[in-house]
Design a protein around this ligand. Structure first.
Ligand code: UDP
Length: 384
């Protein structure tokens, strides 16, 4: 028998789960408080310049997961795009992620790969750190103090609002260190950008006769009983009216400006030093290198602690948040009729490809619960 399911949030999680359930013959409604689908992946053409803008900050699709890659390619034409990031520090521009060019420029050297590897291992890396736990230990262990202070320390303090010794090593593990001139920011096999932006891709995922999308529609948890099951991709604590307190997030402020011609000559320029107040500038036309625009639109990106009315971006996940998270998870597990999904629903720093992978697994897991007449769990992916 067809079920009646609600997705709260029209971002990647809601769209992918909704589509899967609609294809299995169920009735799906997707609501979102915003006036567009796509969540924080939303892209929109800028009226003034015609440039496709990543409204909530840069999103570059990269994955090793061939099923996810096939999935997004079924809903959009992906064009080749390699993310090559630069960083400004100490009045110079360097290449990121840290690679042989960065190392040679920084140390005024002409080392070959083995020489650079040996130099970093013997003269830079702090080998007394055997099991790095924090961001700072990870950086000192693998690149050493000089590179850490130029490229990571200041940026990270601005981005996270705390000292890197208070952050987990996992945040830095997102970035590779290379002893070649390969400056591709990501090391995944598949990488690209949807030709017409992410919103068009997510509209295509939602385009199914079994799916009704309602925008500018705020869900009231009191209405949960109207549905056979709810998939909540809003903030986990938001489901409970924040009654135990708020899980901490970093939010972003984007200062938009336009420029005739090219402003910085690349998509992303980071600013490694703490005295420059923003973390990076993105020049959006470089995210669509197949297009050509005279004008340019750029965002200066500032990070700060999210207040209740701000858009939550990065879950903080430090000790205090983890303790509160544990309490919310215990509450969530006692709920019936709701599953918490995605970045906000599970309070994790998720890339787009992982979000889609988890959404597909959640939809399949949910359908098999229905088949076996089992109660679907609150989480298919544990937040802790
Ligand atoms: N990071 C840094 N310097 C940089 C770029 C990144 O210290 O120039 C650190 C920072 O703490 C950041 C983390 O590495 O939060 C992960 O970087 P990534 O580029 O993956 O961040 P995102 O684009 O997801 O914000």
């Amino acid at each position: 028998m067809a079920g009646k399911f609600l997705m709260v949030g029209a971002g990647l999680s809601g769209a992918v789960i909704g589509r899967h359930l609609a294809e299995a013959g169920h009735d799906v409604t997707v609501v979102d408080a915003r006036d567009h689908v796509g969540g924080n992946c939303h892209t929109e053409r800028d009226d003034e310049t015609g440039v496709m803008v990543h409204v909530y900050g840069p999103h570059i699709f990269h994955t090793d997961d061939s099923e996810v890659w096939d999935y997004v390619n079924a809903h959009a034409t992906f064009l080749p795009y390699k993310n090559r990031v630069k960083t400004t520090s100490r009045s110079e521009v360097f290449s990121l992620p840290v690679n042989l060019h960065t190392i040679n420029q920084f140390f005024r050297a002409t080392m070959r790969p083995d020489e650079a590897r040996d130099f970093i291992a013997t003269q830079q890396a702090d080998t007394s750190i055997t099991d790095p736990q924090t961001f700072e230990e990870q950086a000192l262990r693998f690149v050493g103090r000089d590179l850490y202070e130029a490229f990571f320390k200041g940026y990270t303090m601005k981005q996270w609002g705390c000292h890197p010794s208070e952050l987990p090593a996992s945040i830095l593990k997102r970035l590779p260190v290379r002893f070649t001139y390969d400056d591709n920011y990501f090391f995944h096999e598949f990488q690209g950008m949807p030709e017409h932006g992410y919103t068009a891709m997510i509209e295509s995922i939602l385009d199914h006769p079994g799916i009704t999308v309602k925008l500018e529609s705020v869900f009231d948890p009191e209405q949960a009983g109207d549905w056979d099951h709810v998939f909540w991709s809003g903030p986990l604590d938001g489901w409970f009216g924040y009654e135990l307190g708020r899980l901490g997030y970093r939010t972003l402020d984007f200062e938009r400006f336009t420029h005739e011609g090219d402003y910085q000559g690349c998509a992303v320029m980071n600013y490694g030093e703490v005295d420059v107040p923003y973390t990076r500038i993105t020049e959006h036309k470089y995210f669509a290198p197949w297009e050509s625009h005279e004008g340019s639109v750029c965002y200066r990106e500032f990070s700060r602690a999210a207040e209740p009315d701000d858009i939550p971006y990065y879950p903080i996940r430090q000790v205090a948040e983890k303790a509160l998270l544990k309490d919310y998870v215990a509450r969530a597990e006692a709920e019936r009729g709701v599953t918490f999904v995605g970045r906000l629903g599970t309070y994790r720093y998720l890339d787009m490809d992982v979000t889609i992978r988890e959404a597909l697994d959640t939809a399949r897991g949910f359908l098999s619960c229905l088949d076996r007449a089992e109660t679907p769990p609150a989480f298919f992916h544990a937040p802790l």
